[in-house]
Design a protein around this ligand. Structure first.
Ligand SMILES: Nc1ncnc2c1ncn2[C@@H]1O[C@H](COP(=O)(O)OP(=O)(O)OP(=O)(O)O)[C@@H](O)[C@H]1O
Length: 257
């Protein structure tokens, strides 16, 4: 029997006025799968994810999460679904006036009712341990480096034990070595918690490390799909130049893609 996907998008269209951003995107994520989405800035990666979780209204297309058609859900129904999803967006978005403990407690209480104080403390410590930052529990966000903020954001994402995690540029703004450490951490979290994930990134090291399947979006459509190695060795001229340019950007301008 064919496995029921956790996420299924079919023929998704979305335009803002005359700007046709998505022109028929289709993708699926099965249980335990980690899908990376690549594509140039403005290609519609974030818009696709926002439509999927109901933060933007799609013009047309099938949008299913856990077998539920999200286009038919009301506000409460959407919120119920979102509680099963972890979000790690690029800005981290921790509350600056709250300590790490308070930030994590706030998230946990929002997602899970009837927790004892002891339960909360235990889950916070476990999540912080998973990201190697147990000692930061009483720190304020202003005392943390960019890399530490990413780790705390990841702890805050996994503390709710999501079935799937959406990462939007999880290594953005980090130096190459820290970006690699965060990618390793994402990989260890995927293994430990057995979550599925969708990872939007421009970081090819992150893509290679964290995704078991990759799609590349070009001009509102899925242009190519495969493993990192398959796409790296693709004979499609556009995919070749996309990989070349994305891998070489630090060394100077590559060919136009
Ligand atoms: N709420 C909105 N209203 C109008 N246009 C929007 C809105 N959100 C996104 N867009 C437009 O949709 C297009 C795709 O944006 P999107 O954020 O999905 O790009 P992206 O591929 O995620 O880019 P990046 O890699 O830079 O984050 C852009 O042209 C953007 O200006």
């Amino acid at each position: 029997m064919k496995e029921q996907p956790i996420i299924e998008i079919k023929n998704l269209h979305k335009a803002f006025g005359k700007n046709k951003v998505l022109k028929g995107i289709s993708l699926r994520v099965n249980k335990g799968e980690d899908l990376v989405i690549l594509g140039r800035s403005g290609s519609g990666k974030s818009v696709a994810i926002k439509c999927l979780v109901g933060l933007l209204e799609a013009d047309r297309g099938k949008l299913e999460i856990f077998g539920t058609d999200i286009t038919k859900l009301n506000y409460e129904g959407l919120n119920k679904i979102r509680l099963k999803i972890g979000f790690m967006f690029q800005n981290g978005a921790l509350y600056d006036s709250m300590s790490v403990r308070e930030n994590l407690t706030f998230t946990l209480k929002h997602h899970t009712r009837h927790l004892t104080e002891e339960n909360i403390e235990q889950q916070i410590l476990e999540a912080l341990e998973s990201v190697g930052l147990q000692d930061a529990i009483d720190k304020m966000p202003s005392e943390l480096s960019g890399g530490m903020i990413k780790r705390i954001s990841l702890a805050r994402t996994i503390i709710i034990k999501p079935e799937i995690i959406f990462y939007d540029e999880p290594t953005a703004g980090l130096d190459t070595i820290t970006a690699q450490e965060i990618s390793e951490l994402i990989l260890s979290v995927q293994k430990k918690y057995k979550t599925s994930s969708i990872i939007i990134t421009h970081d090819m090291i992150c893509a290679k490390m964290t995704g078991n399947r990759i799609i590349i979006i070009k001009e509102g459509l899925v242009h190519a799909e495969g493993t990192y190695e398959e796409l790296e060795n693709s004979t499609d001229p556009w995919v070749k130049s996309f990989f070349f340019a994305t891998n070489q950007y630090a060394m100077g301008p590559g060919p136009t893609v």
